[in-house]
Design a protein around this ligand. Structure first.
Ligand code: GRF
Length: 220
């Protein structure tokens, strides 16, 4: 057996994706080890998930830094001391500069609550409802300098139903996120997934389109 993949998870909020990753590891569905969880928000509820699982936590509060570059440098330094093989953004709500994203090119993933390239940025569920489309979802992608613009690895689609509210739709998307993020990390851990020439390579082949995850529809 090879060593589990060393990962560092960055969060800002609830950490439900972090919890899904922790559970996948506990259930031996993901050959990884979380070296640390780092939050820019001292009050992120997700820090509790890490503590409950015995994972070291660090807070690097962006508010104490004079500018974005200084925050990025401190974050990069903290991450590199942990020598991870993969950096996992899981609801990390700070925009990262191009020096930072270049440093982790090919070894940093993000999950975004939309079917990219649709709805980059914030408030994706509200915007999907306002657009009166019938399908929404989530995407896991390699992080590049373009915000939510890196090559997409896997997407999960969910329907938008007639009486959906932002909250109901967000939860339906989150349920799907909790399936696809551990899966994408697992592919990386197994050496099956990589970024090559700016494109996603899975099992030695360039992906012509993102993998379409067949999510079992569950209420709500
Ligand atoms: C998720 O919707 C994720 O796609 C987005 O931020 C949210 C984080 O949720 N980037 P959680 O903190 O993992 O519960």
């Amino acid at each position: 057996m090879s060593e589990p993949l060393r990962i560092v998870v960055l969060i800002s909020g609830n950490g439900s994706n972090l919890q899904a990753i922790i559970e996948a590891i506990q259930q031996q569905a993901l050959p990884a080890r979380i070296c640390a969880v780092i939050s820019n928000n001292p009050n992120a509820p997700g820090l509790e998930h890490a503590r409950a699982a015995g994972i070291p936590t660090q807070v690097i509060d962006h508010k104490i830094f004079p500018d974005r570059a200084a925050f990025d440098a401190a974050l990069q330094n903290a991450i590199d001391l942990l020598t991870p093989q993969l950096v996992v953004l899981a609801g990390f709500m700070r925009i990262l500069g191009s020096a930072f994203t270049a440093h982790y090119e090919g070894r940093m993933l993000n999950i975004h609550p939309s079917l990219l390239p649709a709805f980059t940025g914030l408030n994706t569920h509200q915007r999907a409802l306002e657009a009166r489309i019938t399908e929404h979802g989530a995407s896991v992608h390699f992080v590049t300098r373009e915000l939510d613009g890196g090559p997409v690895i896997i997407q999960a689609r969910v329907p938008i139903l007639d009486n959906d509210t932002i909250k109901i739709l967000a939860q339906r998307v989150l349920n799907a996120e909790h399936c696809i993020y551990p899966l994408a990390i697992r592919w990386f851990a197994e050496g099956r997934l990589r970024l090559t020439q700016g494109k996603v390579m899975l099992d030695g082949l360039f992906l012509p389109t993102p993998v379409n995850y067949q999510h079992e529809l569950s209420a709500p």
